[in-house]
Design a binder for this molecule. Sequence first.
Ligand SMILES: [Cu+2]
Length: 357
Amino acid sequence: MPQISRRSLLKLAGLGTAAGTAALGTRAAFAKVTAPEGVSGQGGPHDTMPHAAHAMGPVGRVSTKRFDPSSYLRSWNFAHLPPAERGRYYKETPRPDGTLFREYELVAVDREIEIAPGIFFPAWTFNGQVPGPTLRATEGDRVRVTFSNAGTHPHTIHFHGWHPPEMDGSLPEHQVMPGATFVYEFDADPFGVHLYHCHAVPLKRHMHKGLYGMFIVDPKTARPAADELIMVMNGFDTNFDSDNEVYALNTVAHHFMHEPIKVEVGALVRMYLVNVTEFDLINSLHLHGMFFDVFRTGTSLTTSERTDTVMLCQGERAILETRFRYPGKFMFHAHQSEFAELGWMGMFEAVGVRRDT
Ligand SMILES: [Cu+2]
């Protein structure tokens, strides 16, 4: 069977052609240019073949009915659900020492999801969505997660954080068989931005199929109020060649190109960023036109770095904080250009009055 390259697959899907029309004028101008005498290589006029690789962004839209990356961005502990429905998945009870007992219901389900216009991926999901719901507790809270496996394969939940070995969800005896239920319980510790994911073998298959989510633990003394964003860098191997054909922030390729993330000029913006991309060792986030403070793993309240590009290994995460100075649109994307072109690219849109300091 002939190999389908990552790029040809996306061309089939219509990714990579949106900018074609806009680029026509520029190409016509280039076509008149000839190489100076004595310059080897492309001596003649530049070719005028249609050049779909100039494209940025897909043609068409992914339905956000079942999963909306924009709503996922600002939701945790099932806050996006109406109260009655939310109560089915999340409950919090105050404890005498001032901490909370937080109870969650997570269920593994096989579900086909749309990751780029017309490209469907046979995912394994927590609660029908990829990434799974974001869980958020405060340091010292007690967390109980009742996990039911309604999928067709054995799964587990492995939380990053302090917990006893029987709560680790990583060994063969930890596997939760289809139809079975297991209860994970531990104290939220340490504060930071963590993740949870299935740890059944083969691990890379179980992870890349979509069984992962963010687990945030807030410090006892809360961080300063901010506009907070949940950002998961992920990728999808749509032809099972152990390589990703589609990359995204929050699952849907180029979603935030169509729906820029609205922020306010001058307001503190806090990004919780996790890299769960399989197959590629690293992923990164680059933000145009500004710098941000990095708190690696979110386990310190002191920034370690001010930069405009942060690189994360598989499973690594960071909190990024910044304030937009200027109103307008700012691009952000993986600085691995190929990932950006294959879907991991988006825009911020800052509104308000310019603040030069
Ligand atoms: Cu699994």
